[in-house]
Design a protein around this ligand. Structure first.
Ligand code: AMP
Length: 216
């Protein structure tokens, strides 16, 4: 009996993954919000969860620290996806990747005039690719959080960030001017683990797949 290790992050993804795990017959025995444990046991002795930083999930799976992982499409695109098999869109933690600017910044005119834009973001790969495909020249400023601040203090013309309800943008007087892509969480699998532990991993993929198929 080989051990199966699943990596995921705390918060939204963890919460929305619980029903999928349940459908696969897996129940988590610890609450990651209360426990300081980084390895969580489940009701199945051969299945355990790793709770890691969201941006580290693809890396744990890539290097075999975990066999499977659950990660946002945004995080996956920034990582690059090397060594990862991506069998399922889990349709959870949905949001969108957007461009936002201060309400008093005329983004459309700036783009039309071919102005060089300064863009602050955590998602530099996605932003670089998006503006390149539009033929817009950008200077990217890498930030690790609270991107909304950058236009407010005059550090950037625009931000690229994930938007869910739009409440955060609104509270900071920013407006969404362009949607880059829809985001949801994906199941990723280590390619070597898929070969070595084919049966148990397939079982989890199939159980997740049928759980998604049932509309919420
Ligand atoms: P909002 O509901 O638009 O105010 O979203 C608030 C903040 O939560 C955003 O700026 C993001 O940082 C974060 N956020 C919302 N939804 C997601 C998601 N599905 N994945 C990751 N971050 C999210």
């Amino acid at each position: 009996m080989s051990m199966i290790t699943l990596a995921l992050s705390k918060g939204r993804i963890f919460d929305e993954t619980l029903p999928l795990l349940k459908a696969a017959g897996i129940e988590v025995l610890d609450d990651p919000e209360k426990s300081r444990k980084l390895i969580l046991d489940t009701n199945l002795p051969e299945v355990r969860l790793l709770v890691v930083r969201a941006t580290d999930v693809p890396t744990y799976v890539q290097y075999g620290g975990a066999d499977l992982g659950i990660t946002g499409k945004d995080t996956l695109l920034e990582h690059g996806g090397q060594g990862l098999y991506q069998p399922l869109d889990l349709q959870i933690a949905k949001c969108r990747m957007s461009v936002a600017v201060r309400a008093d910044f005329d983004y459309a005119s700036a783009v039309k005039q071919g102005s060089r834009l300064t863009v602050a973001t955590k998602f530099v790969a996605i932003a670089r690719e998006f503006f390149a495909s539009k033929g817009v020249h950008v200077d990217l400023i890498k930030l690790y959080g609270s991107m909304e601040l950058a236009p407010l203090v005059g550090m950037a013309d625009a931000i690229v960030d994930v938007v869910s309800t739009g409440g955060t943008l609104k509270a900071n007087h920013l407006v969404e001017v362009e949607q880059i892509m829809e985001i949801s969480s994906r199941l990723v699998v280590n390619q070597a683990a898929l070969k070595l532990k084919r049966e148990p991993i397939r079982k989890i993929i199939d159980a997740f797949a049928s759980a998604i198929a049932v509309p919420a």
